[in-house]
Design a protein around this ligand. Structure first.
Ligand SMILES: *Cc1c(COP(=O)(O)O)cnc(C)c1O
Length: 215
């Protein structure tokens, strides 16, 4: 068994029921991704539309495709054709464009709202205090289904330091959930996913832990 297969099997075995794995595929070949898929990965996360299209043409819809990068307005039309979920909607402007492109192809797109949980300037994600208004503004979009929240958190050296950001995002998730049918809380990467799961994540996005270090 190759490293990618054994990493995938080990991680999948260690995950508790209800936690789904997204293999973050940026910079990885279709061949490497297929090894992870054969070992049990069911969702691929991609950051760039062009790169995702190339891999989608080789791998296709036997897995789910999640967009996890920063979505540019001029790429939305192409993105909505291949992706099954967009995890990084953070403004009503981008939501409106996703909605319009989806209506043109008669698709309802599940989306997660990206939360800038550390309120970092120049980073994507809606600030926590603006989240409820964004959810309300998105209710009118018939071709979008708000399905949960996603957060990155700041770049930190010590995994334990992510905990407060994950905890705050879970609290926001619980609050929104009172009035909306949301399901997914996407948080945690290779260095932080154990903490994220402890704090309530049910979607984790792993690259390095599956494929090894990026070059
Ligand atoms: C690259 C990436 C990941 C995975 O990062 P690793 O540290 O390699 O696990 C997760 N989420 C997003 C949004 C990413 O861009």
């Amino acid at each position: 068994m190759g490293n990618i297969s054994s990493n995938t099997v080990r991680i999948l075995n260690e995950l508790s029921d209800g936690v789904e794995l997204v293999a973050a595929g940026k910079g990885r070949s279709a061949e490497d991704i297929l090894e992870a898929v054969e070992a049990g990965v069911k969702i691929i996360g991609e950051n760039y539309v062009q790169e995702a299209e190339e891999k989608f043409s080789l791998i296709g819809p036997k897995v789910k495709w999640h967009f996890i990068g920063h979505l540019q307005k001029n790429k939305v039309k192409r993105a909505v054709r291949i992706f099954d979920m967009i995890e990084t909607v953070d403004s009503v402007e981008i939501a409106a464009i996703v909605n319009k492109s989806c209506s043109e192809i008669k698709k309802v797109m599940p989306v997660l709202i990206e939360v800038n949980s550390a309120k970092e300037e120049n980073k994507s994600g809606v600030f926590p205090e603006d989240l409820e208004n964004l959810v309300k503004d998105m209710l009118g979009f018939k071709n979008i289904k708000v399905s949960g929240l996603m957060t990155m958190g700041p770049a930190l050296k010590n995994p334990e330091d992510y905990r407060p950001y994950f905890r705050d995002t879970k609290a926001l998730f619980d609050k929104i959930k009172i009035n909306h049918d949301i399901k997914y809380l996407s948080m945690g990467m290779s260095d932080s996913y154990c903490i994220a799961i402890q704090e309530g994540a049910n979607l984790i996005r792993l690259g390095t832990a599956i494929f090894g270090a990026r070059r």
